[in-house]
Ligand binder design. Structure first.
Ligand code: BES
Ligand code: ZN
Length: 863
């Protein structure tokens, strides 16, 4: 059950403008853990120093804790009281003191997976954002930085491995117990504290830093999983080298440990010197992990490692500054992954994610600036806006000043704020000062929510062409009027018939609500290549005929722009078809055919480019989303492309797949293209498609091919489908990460009985609400399946609302993450609107709802 303490009757809103520096600092903390799965004793000794000018009590936040004893400077102390779940210690006139508080917690019953919890016999912590207060009383705010000494003791058989932040400085035995003392020399906020105790095996390696220091690396997993840690280890070493080379940042401890746990709310956590990961971002081998999984491991390992500087050495002053560490670190991991693989393909993937997850957020009831002004529950603000739009804002600064000046800016940022808790403003100022750019207007990106739109038109005067730009930023909740944004816009212009010179890649800065840009002389209307590389995270409205788009898809010298042109061509066709006009399949078929034969093309790029836009993205282009028409027309276009280019798809599939152990970009691209080819072929309804898919499924030497074939079969209604699902289940039933895929492909299915299938799968003996990965693999996949989730009778909505209600008492963080899809009601017809709102109301009517779910559901209902 949720603690009463975390379910306030009236939601409290925290405002950024209310920030005040802490009254007390805590230079040193000593923690003493007597470990037990269902009772862990925690002794905390905080050395506190008053910062306020006048005497003030010490406020220590708690969540579900009761103080067993309080001592001040070694004496039993009665000058304390509880204020709700918090502890207030009256220290009289003291300027400094040592405050000791003892508590007892029960990790086994901690189903929220925040604080100290048990995951399959293992004890581990998750403290960001406000989990430390579930372990011991503490201010638990990121601007209170302390040096930690951690002693832990426990039964040697139950907890053979004892880990915490920093270095192990001493250890010993006491009967059947053993203990370890860890010290972290770097002052850190409480959210970066971590402890792990349990039976783990390690993959050890080492890294020599640029100054020649030897760092011991360890990846800790359950026995039997160590052979699946090689890719994560390589990613870690690559990340360490990359951060030295690209940002001049060296690792700063002698030890770097990663632990993988099965039950984890998020992907991974950057605790100082002891990252804790969801197993899904550590474990990978060709038999169980797809190429997407491999890339996920590499990207997340890098992300958490990069936080050592962007997040840990320089941390956040308060949680409103979250994008300071997350947006910047996502930008860093994106560039790392681009450097490790194919930069254009990585950019396409990142933009696709931004459009799938962030644009809808920015257009809906939960829209917020990358630096929010208020929140009720911070866990609800780990959003695509903070992360992915936040990364785009950093990217724009980097684009405007270029790599060298950007590096000057980041050097200044790290030097200026090392060891501090900084703000987004500190970052922008450092880039301004270090890179030499005025970011006055640019700061609006931190203040204004909503995706800017540029409406473009071309004009000609005396043979000279120019581009007219009209910029608008839509209203969002609480922000009815907006100012124009500053943004870098990369463009080029081509004479399609070669009669004039092209305007080569040009970077312009857009600042105004209206702006005119000279393109130069062209004998006829040029083909404009605009927002190349997606230089700004905006929506471009620009009417271009199929001829121009097809030409750009074939000839633009920027691969991202080629991708965009083909996507726009597909989108225009689909939107026309869905709106009852005739969608011109032929232009798309020709462009796809041309892209497939594009001589020098990299298969990974081709696979991305020929993929149809998602149902959700098609819906985003419409005034009122019609999920059934979108599915119908998208499948029709897919079938038409499948049939018209059938020989090409068959030729791709006739070759053999690159060996699953080959993880080069080329091999990954080859496998991805085969998956796309199979999907197109199956869409035609070709009689032999199920047999072919089944053969690929059976012959596959790795999970990428196997899963792609299974997913294709899962859409259909063949005997092969039933057989493959059964074979897959029997083979992988003991591997939780692979079993997640089995649930996921069924929830992704385009069959019209998918909602019922999900309902049935929720009753499967292997389904559990206790594991967030399992919940996401079934219900998260359903919300991503647009036509199923939006089934007209509301069964999809009901299923999600039932889940939110059932999961909330166990795990409010993960439960609240399922709500945003229900909040998109404004985009749908009246019937669906009513059904969606009714489910939000039903959720809100539940007694004892968490703060997490209350905030998300009530804001979503407002629209
Ligand atoms: N600091 C977060 C993890 C986190 C966030 C833990 C909120 C608890 C509450 C971590 O650095 C992170 O951002 N992880 C991402 C993956 C990353 C590659 C974007 C995640 O967990 O999804
Ligand atoms: Zn992060």
């Amino acid at each position: 059950m949720t603690d009463a303490s975390s379910t306030p009757a009236i939601p409290v809103t925290i405002h950024r403008s209310d920030y005040r520096a802490p009254d007390w600092s805590i230079p040193d903390i000593a923690l003493d853990f007597a470990l037990g799965i269902d009772a862990t004793k925690v002794g905390a000794a905080l050395s506190v120093v008053r910062q306020a000018d006048a005497p003030v009590p010490l406020l220590l936040r708690g969540d579900g804790l009761t103080p067993a004893a309080v001592r001040v400077d070694g004496e039993v102390w009665n000058g304390w009281r509880m204020d709700g779940s918090d502890l207030i210690v009256d220290l009289g006139e003291r300027n400094a003191a040592t405050v000791e508080v003892d508590t007892v917690i029960d990790p086994a019953s901690n189903t929220q997976l925040s604080g100290l919890y048990a995951s399959g016999g293992l004890l581990c912590t998750q403290c960001e954002a406000e989990g430390f207060r579930r372990i011991t009383f503490h201010p638990d705010r990121p601007d209170v930085l302390s040096r930690y000494k951690v002693r832990m003791q426990g039964d040697k058989a139950a907890f053979p491995i004892l880990l915490s932040n920093g270095n192990c400085v001493d250890q010993g035995e006491e009967g059947s117990d053993h203990w370890a003392l860890w010290e972290d020399p770097w002052p850190k906020p409480s959210y970066l504290f971590a402890l792990v105790a349990g039976d783990l095996v390690v993959n050890k390696d080492s890294f020599t830093t640029m100054s020649g220091r030897e760092v011991e690396l360890g990846i800790w997993v359950r026995g039997g999983d160590q052979d699946r840690t090689g890719h994560a280890m390589q990613a870690l070493k690559d990340s360490m080298a990359w951060d030295e080379r690209v940002y001049g940042r060296e690792y700063d401890l002698d030890l770097f440990n990663i632990v993988a746990v099965s039950d984890f709310n998020m992907g991974a956590m950057e605790n100082k010197g002891l990252n804790i990961f969801n197993t899904r971002y550590i474990l990978a081998d060709p038999d169980t992990a797809t190429d997407v999984d491999y890339d996920g491991v590499e990207g997340v390992v890098a992300h958490e490692y990069f936080h050592n500087w962007s997040g840990n050495r320089v941390t956040c002053r308060d949680w409103f500054q979250l994008s300071l560490k997350e947006g910047f670190t996502v930008f860093r991991d994106q560039n790392f992954s681009a450097d490790m693989g194919s930069p254009p393909v990585k950019r396409i993937e990142d933009v696709r994610l931004l459009r799938a997850a962030q644009f809808p957020e920015d257009a809906g009831p939960l829209a917020h600036p990358i630096r929010p002004d208020s929140f009720q529950e911070i866990s609800n603000f780990y959003t695509a806006t903070i992360y992915n739009k936040g990364a785009e804002i950093i990217r724009m600064m980097a684009t405007m000043v270029g790599p060298e000046r950007f590096r000057n800016g980041t050097d200044l940022y790290f030097d200026r704020h090392d060891g501090e808790a900084a703000t987004c403003e500190d970052f922008v100022k450092a880039i301004e000062d270090g890179a030499g750019i005025d970011l006055g207007q640019f700061r609006r990106w931190y203040e204004q929510a909503g995706t800017p739109r540029l409406k473009l038109s071309l004009a000609e005067e005396g043979g000279v062409w120019s581009l007219n730009i009209v910029q608008t930023v839509p209203p969002t909740p609480g922000q009815p009027g907006k100012q124009p944004m500053m943004m870098p816009l990369r463009l080029a212009a081509f004479a399609m018939d070669g009669s004039s010179d092209a305007l080569a890649d040009t970077l312009v800065t857009v600042t105004g609500a209206t702006q005119r840009i000279a393109l130069g002389k062209f004998a006829a209307r040029p083909a404009l290549s605009v927002n190349r590389g997606f230089s700004a995270p905006i929506i471009v409205d620009f009417e271009r005929g199929p001829g121009e788009l097809a030409w750009l898809a074939a000839h633009d010298d920027d691969p991202f722009a080629r991708y965009e042109a083909l996507q726009q061509l597909m989108l225009d066709t689909l939107v026309a078809a869905v709106s009852g006009k005739t969608g011109d399949h032929q232009a798309v078929i020709e462009a796809v055919g041309q892209t497939l034969t594009g001589a020098a093309s990299d298969p990974a790029f081709v696979a991305e480019a020929v993929l149809l836009p998602s149902e959700a993205f098609i819906g985003d282009q419409m005034v009122t989303v019609d999920p059934d028409a979108i599915r119908r027309e998208r499948l029709a276009l897919q079938a038409a492309i499948g049939a018209a280019l059938e020989t090409k798809w068959r030729a791709i599939l006739a070759g053999s797949a690159p060996p699953a152990t080959d993880l080069s970009s080329k091999a990954k691209g080859g496998r991805r293209l085969r998956g796309v080819a199979l999907a197109y072929l199956a869409a035609t309804g070709a009689g032999d498609a199920p047999a072919l898919a089944f053969r690929i499924f059976s012959d596959a030497d790795g999970m990428t091919e196997r899963q792609a074939a299974l997913a294709t079969l899962a859409h259909g209604d063949s005997d092969e489908r039933v057989a493959a699902l059964d074979i897959f289940y029997q083979r992988y039933r003991d591997n939780p990460l692979v079993l997640d895929k089995w649930f996921q492909v069924q929830a992704w299915s385009l069959r019209d009985d998918t909602v019922d299938a999900v309902k049935a799968l929720a009753q499967h003996p292997d389904f559990t609400l206790a594991n967030p990965n399992r919940v996401r693999s079934l219900y998260g996949a359903l919300t991503g399946n647009q036509a199923a989730f939006h089934q007209a009778d509301g069964a999809g909505y009901r299923l999600i609302a039932d889940l939110v209600i059932a999961l909330d008492p166990k795990n409010p963080q993960t439960s609240a993450k399922m709500i945003p899809p229900l909040g998109r009601w404004k985009r749908f017809d009246e019937g669906r609107q009513a059904l969606m709102k009714a489910e939000l109301e039903r959720i809100l009517a539940q007694p004892g709802l968490s703060r997490d779910v209350t905030e998300q559901a009530s804001k979503s209902l407002l629209g």
